[in-house]
Design a protein around this ligand. Sequence first.
Ligand code: MG
Length: 386
Amino acid sequence: MNTPQKKIAVLGSTGSIGIQALDVIASHPDLLQAEVLTANHNASLLIEQARKYNPNAVVIANESLYEQVKQVLADTDVKVYAGENALCSVLQMDSIDIVLTALVGYSGLKPTISAIEAGKSIALANKETLVVAGDLITRLAREKGVNIYPVDSEHSAIFQCLVGEFHNKIEKIILTASGGPFRGKKRDALAAVTKAQALKHPNWTMGAKVTIDSATLMNKGLEVIEAKWLFGLTPDQVDVVVHPQSIIHSLVQFEDGSIKAQMGLPDMRLPIQFAFSYPERFKSDFPRFDFAQYPSLTFEKPDTETFRNLALAFEALKKAGNMPCVLNAANEIAVEAFLKDKIGFLKMPEVVEECMAKMHFVPNPTLEDYVNTDRETRIKAYELIN
Ligand code: MG
């Protein structure tokens, strides 16, 4: 069978996921092609990638870098655009089959909406988009007949377990969490942990935002909300179990009690590739799992008293409306402040909790409500920090 080549727009090509996605694309030149690359401000890496992968177009979001990128690529036929509007409009290109959203945080929301409106399949690596506005995004995707393929390893695992089972009811899903670098520690020990310690994830190599979120368990909280929207579940149908070896990437329990798990070594290239290759699997040379190297896989309950963020995410999900948007905005500001050494580790969940208590609740938000909630929560979070 001849599989047609899929052309991919990589939003956030200079980030951790973007770089790994380009690696996957380059390994399958007959099957995959990088059609559009976009970056926020890393002009030098974007230029290097444009030369190496020869896309149709590149977009640099930071407009002050346009001239630089344009000039350096003048001897190529790569089209160069700049600005957030260009980023949204370039996604209309007929030649694009799949849009990989690997932007960090809330900034992924508008481009994802543009891509869905243009009828493009989404490979979703930007979990915050579904956390902030899951109802709006999934409704729009249904209206436009657009598929959203998860790239997050846990959600890819669930998706892989569901292949061939899409008509069978899910009783619950179980998201696995590594527990991060501070698993087993209590509040006293966490008060003094440093940025450098928090950035050392035991199993995964990822961007700074998601690595800090993993250390606070907020990442798992965001993933619980992401899973609710991707798989149409109620909050009670989502469980979290700590699994420090990160070999089982998540599990689905069906109505007959059967549990399916997806496993393998932690390597983001696999879920990225599956989002591109579905419904097929492409041959890969990723390192293989060896049972002899892992005599035991262990599991424990998450400590939500110490790691408050996971409990707060469940609360936000149950409250619904704009509350997950509040949770996300407060967390983005808190993580940024922690990364700038402005606040300690334990202050992060405090900022989130206080914003959730103080912000105006909107039960059925529109896009405008989300935009306002995001902005107002950020202002509130800044006040709490400074
Ligand atoms: Mg994940």
